[in-house]
Design a protein around this ligand. Structure first.
Ligand code: PRP
Ligand code: URA
Length: 208
């Protein structure tokens, strides 16, 4: 079963270049995150189940089709928030459940600080985080979603390192991963290279 999907699309290449560019201001960066999140979500929802629905157009009655699944979005704070509204525009009935992790700058391990889940998980959960670096945050986030009881989980990231992809595949072999680009690797500080820098800081303009 294919579990890693790297989207090869001219719009992805175009918008990703503007996203990576260090000259892109937070305003531009946020727009690019949203555009790429839509393109990723279109790919990650390609096989969602449908049911038929009878409607009337201004001309006639017809059988249409609508989504037939309870969908949850789980953005990993903070940077995952940058993708959430864009994906919600495509999936307006989705529920949004938040998960907070930051990466400890010394140990590089994810530290959980927030979780807001309901008692009944959705049928399918899309975990949103633009960066999949060591994979620590994604592995821990997906584990929380699994512990919640979700049966179908998909990871949506804009840029991944091969190391992050490998660790998610090892820990969660059934989780499909959708990315715009798998980059060359990680530097000594576990930043993705060529990457785009710190996604959270670039979205929220929090450089110190
Ligand atoms: C970034 C990113 C991921 C994580 C990826 O978040 O958004 O959550 O790092 O790194 P990993 O794969 O090595 O775990 P960060 O910890 O910087 O928090 P932030 O979103 O609040 O800036
Ligand atoms: N988190 C980021 O925001 N960027 C990286 O390159 C790695 C982790």
């Amino acid at each position: 079963m294919q579990t890693v999907f790297e989207i090869d699309h001219p719009l992805v290449h175009h918008h990703l270049t503007h996203l990576r560019n260090k000259e892109s201001t937070p305003h531009i960066f946020r727009s690019q995150v949203r555009r790429l999140a839509v393109l990723l979500a279109a790919e990650a929802t390609r096989d969602l189940p449908l049911r038929s629905k009878t409607i009337e157009t201004p001309l006639t009655e017809m059988e249409g089709t609508v989504l037939d699944v309870r969908i949850g979005l789980v953005p990993i704070l903070r940077a995952g928030l940058g993708m959430t509204d864009a994906v919600l525009d495509l999936l307006p009935t989705a529920e949004v459940w938040h998960l907070g992790f930051y990466r400890d700058e010394h140990t590089l391990k994810p530290v959980g600080y927030y979780q807001k889940f309901s008692s009944h998980p959705p049928d399918i959960v899309f975990v949103l985080d633009p960066m999949l670096a060591t994979g620590g945050s994604a592995v821990a986030g997906i584990q929380r979603v699994k512990d919640w009881g979700a049966k179908e989980i998909r990871m949506i990231s804009i840029i991944a390192a091969p190391e992050g992809i490998a660790s998610v595949r090892e820990a969660h072999p059934n989780v499909k991963i959708y990315v715009c680009k798998i980059d060359a690797g990680l530097n000594d500080s576990a930043y993705i290279v060529p990457g785009l820098g710190d996604a959270g800081d670039r979205i929220f303009n929090t450089f110190v």
